[in-house]
Structures are given as structure tokens and as C-alpha cells.
Design a protein around this ligand. Structure first.
Ligand code: SF4
Ligand code: SF4
Length: 100
């Protein structure tokens, strides 16, 4: 499921830069999460980063966007495909030389 921000949000700004998918932005009155970009941080982190940092715990699951982990992973992969790729050679280690 995507997550959502409730009207308890105090617009403290701390969650927005933590989102690896740029899913969080300022809405009309308080911050909002784009369900098309929120993967619950699947693919990036074990825990939703926005939930970790929110001081008022106003980021529940969005019941209108029920998704399995597989669907969240597919969304992550789609977002990665459309995002500018970081420089090659980082993070994921060894060159592909695995026997199949
Ligand atoms: S759960 Fe992760 S991907 Fe979703 S809005 Fe929060 S930080 Fe962004
Ligand atoms: S961290 Fe919580 S209170 Fe702060 S802007 Fe984000 S949702 Fe709102």
C-alpha cells in the first residue's frame, strides 16, 4: 500500500527530503504523498522513511491504495527506470559474472 499523510501534519518539512521516490510534496494545506510514487520504501529501505522521521505519527497506510509487496517492487522498478540513473559502479558491487 501507499502511505498517506493526515491533517495532523504540522508541515515540519522533515519527511519530504527523506523520501527516496520524491513521492512527498506540499499540498494545499499540508504535505501529501503521491500514491503513484510511494512504494512504502520497498526497494530502498526496510522501513518507510517518512514514518521513521515524522514527529507526530500522521502517516498511516492509505486504504485506497492496497498493493502487495510484489506490486510495490514493480512500482519501484518502474520508478527507477524513469529516474535519472546514478553513475555506474556504485552500491551494488561485483561485476556480473555469475554462472547460470
Ligand atoms: S513510505 Fe517511503 S516512498 Fe512512501 S512516501 Fe514515505 S518515504 Fe516516500
Ligand atoms: S514529517 Fe509528518 S508532520 Fe512533518 S511534514 Fe511530514 S507528515 Fe507532516
Amino acid at each position: 500500500m501507499a502511505l498517506m499523510i493526515t491533517d495532523e501534519c504540522i508541515n515540519c518539512d522533515v519527511c519530504e527530503p527523506e523520501c527516496p521516490n520524491q513521492a512527498i510534496s506540499m499540498g494545499a494545506e499540508y504535505y501529501v504523498i503521491d500514491p503513484g510514487r510511494c512504494t512504502e520504501c520497498v526497494g530502498h529501505f526496510d522501513e518507510p522513511q517518512c514514518v521513521q522521521v515524522c514527529p507526530v505519527a500522521c502517516i498511516p497506510l492509505n486504504p485506497e491504495h492496497v498493493e502487495s509487496r510484489e506490486q510495490l517492487l514493480a512500482k519501484f522498478e518502474r520508478l527507477q527506470g524513469s529516474a535519472p540513473a546514478p553513475a555506474a559502479g556504485s552500491a551494488h558491487g561485483a561485476p556480473a559474472d555469475a554462472s547460470s
